[in-house]
Design a protein around this ligand. Structure first.
Ligand SMILES: Nc1ncnc2c1ncn2[C@@H]1O[C@H](COP(=O)(O)OP(=O)(O)OP(=O)(O)O)[C@@H](O)[C@H]1O
Length: 253
């Protein structure tokens, strides 16, 4: 990898489910050492794009380069370079958070993971969650355990699907601190979110996806323009805004 090699470079990525093209020739470049937000309305194709980028979904067409290496050609290497918080966390539910982390460390070949796991549990405020079977953990706690497992093997690229969904503000601040530490150390982070505020606060760059296509991309300042990101987003994707039925049957009396 050269110094300015993109952390993630996606070109022409395409996926069709049946006759529905969920992702349509998406290009996306994540600069090294940056936060990159992916935003778009429900069903836009964000999770499918992320799923392909990390090897969970096989693309129909397109290329994916991770730190300069062909991720589709060498899946094992791509997995080693990447930490993933997927959409929907399918855990072995009877394990505690700590047991899961030890199990993942084994799968990832992390030797003597005790200190890493203890530190992740501490910084993410997971002391109670780590001792509780995952089936009994709250959604936010599960999200934090998912983030801890994504970080455990010290990846170079983190790919996070809705990392702050269902997370309380104190935990969100802890997650932000951990992510900033990761990026300050040279890592790169891609996150999909519905929060324009979060993108404005955290991200360097943003890609807006609508109906499977990139409709805007650049630095957050470039894409947001004078109007601000929320307003710009509505301009870009607003044609799909819900209707305005009267709902008069909801009014009492
Ligand atoms: N396995 C699948 N089979 C069929 N259709 C799928 C499959 N996965 C996703 N889709 C469809 O592809 C489209 C894009 O879905 P995707 O989950 O990528 O959207 P998203 O932008 O992540 O949405 P959200 O913000 O609601 O999570 C949707 O219309 C979805 O129904």
């Amino acid at each position: 990898m050269t110094v300015n090699e993109a952390a993630l470079e996606i070109r022409g990525l395409t996926k069709t489910f049946g006759s529905y093209r969920a992702v349509d020739h998406v290009d996306l470049t994540v600069r090294p050492g940056t936060f990159h937000g992916i935003v778009g309305p429900n069903g836009a194709g964000k999770s499918t794009t992320i799923g392909m980028a990390v090897g969970l979904i096989t693309p129909d067409a397109g290329t994916i380069r991770l730190l300069g290496e062909d991720a589709l050609a060498d899946r094992a290497r791509a997995r080693a370079l990447t930490g993933v918080l997927p959409d929907g966390l399918d855990f072995p539910e009877r394990l505690t958070g700590a047991e899961l982390l030890h199990y993942c460390a084994g799968l990832r070949g992390v030797a003597s993971p005790g200190r890493r796991i203890a530190e992740l549990i501490e910084v993410l405020g997971l002391a109670k969650g780590a001792a509780t079977p995952l089936a009994d953990c709250s959604t936010g706690t599960r999200k934090k355990v998912g983030l801890a497992q994504a970080l455990l093997h010290a990846p170079r690229l983190l790919v996070l699907d809705e990392p702050f969904e269902a997370v309380d503000p104190v935990s969100a601040a802890a997650i932000r601190r951990v992510l900033r530490r990761f990026v300050a150390g040279g890592g790169s982070t891609v996150l999909s979110t519905h929060s324009m505020l979060l993108v404005e606060q955290m991200c360097d760059d943003v890609t807006v996806i609508h109906r499977g296509r990139v409709v805007a991309a650049g630095t957050v300042a470039e894409v947001a323009g004078e109007a601000g990101l929320e307003e710009r987003f509505v301009e870009l994707v607003g044609a799909d805004a819900p209707g305005s039925a009267d709902l008069d049957w909801l009014i009492a009396g």
